[in-house]
Design a binder for this molecule. Structure first.
Ligand code: ADP
Length: 219
């Protein structure tokens, strides 16, 4: 599903953020991407989401070499991927509903379809009752759930999360991991970047560890 072959990423003339990275993640897998701050986790996720392009090597997602995706195709490619950030990046002056609806509005869906899908996504994250409220009034755990609802509303095949529990206490973090587990249970491939080894200590999922831009261990 996600394959890296000898991938390098260099920003500008700086050091390599990723060096000779190779691994495979199968369809329907749940994988933790671990490593200290600066190890290259965000860069790796950004390559999968085509937010950045590899400097060398090949990134293949669902059988497609991302090198060969034309700029005009990128928005369509990205619809198959849900991206969750540490800081949820919600619009504070829009309702929870509008925030989650945004990717569907951008994709040009009809309002009946938008209504149905947004409410289904909010229901999955347990926040249907908050659809008319402002994200400002929600707790940080609830805000992260809205971010997850927004990421899944396009029914992506792949969920990428960059330190999704970075701002949450341990109990809420476990809840968020369970939520990702529920999407994985219905077949979504999940990749979660985290530096928090304590949080995932009891998690059975496979791990890919990065250190200074290189794969240090693959579980
Ligand atoms: P992590 O997510 O593990 O903290 P990153 O992928 O953010 O690691 O960073 C890996 C390396 O790439 C770091 O040395 C970081 O400073 C560098 N880096 C990340 N993004 C950029 C950027 N946009 N421009 C220049 N250097 C960057």
């Amino acid at each position: 599903m996600i394959q890296f072959d000898n991938v390098y990423k260099t920003y500008g003339r700086g050091q390599d953020a990723l060096k000779n990275v190779s691994f495979t993640i199968d369809e329907g897998e749940f994988v933790f991407l671990t490593g200290h701050s600066g190890a290259g986790k965000s860069t790796l996720l950004r390559l999968v989401a085509l937010i950045e392009a590899a400097s060398r090597g090949q990134v293949i997602v669902d059988g497609r070499n991302l090198d060969r995706i034309r700029p005009a195709e990128v928005p369509f490619y990205r619809r198959r991927i849900g991206f969750i950030f540490q800081e949820h990046r919600l619009l504070p002056d829009r309702s929870v509903f509008d925030n989650v609806a945004l990717p569907l509005v951008v994709a040009g869906h009809r309002s009946t379809e938008i209504n149905k899908r947004v409410r289904a996504a909010l229901d999955k994250v347990g926040l249907l009752s908050k659809e008319r409220t402002s994200p400002r009034t929600l707790s940080s755990g609830e805000q992260q759930r809205v971010g997850i609802a927004r990421a899944v509303v396009n029914r992506p095949q792949i969920l990428l999360a960059d330190e999704p529990t970075g701002n949450l206490d341990p109990a809420l973090s476990i809840d968020i991991l369970k939520l990702f587990g529920q999407f994985n249970d219905i077949g979504v491939t999940v990749v979660i970047a985290t530096h928090d080894l304590e949080l995932i200590r009891h998690q059975q999922h496979r791990r890919i560890a990065l250190a200074a831009g290189q794969v240090a261990a693959i579980g």
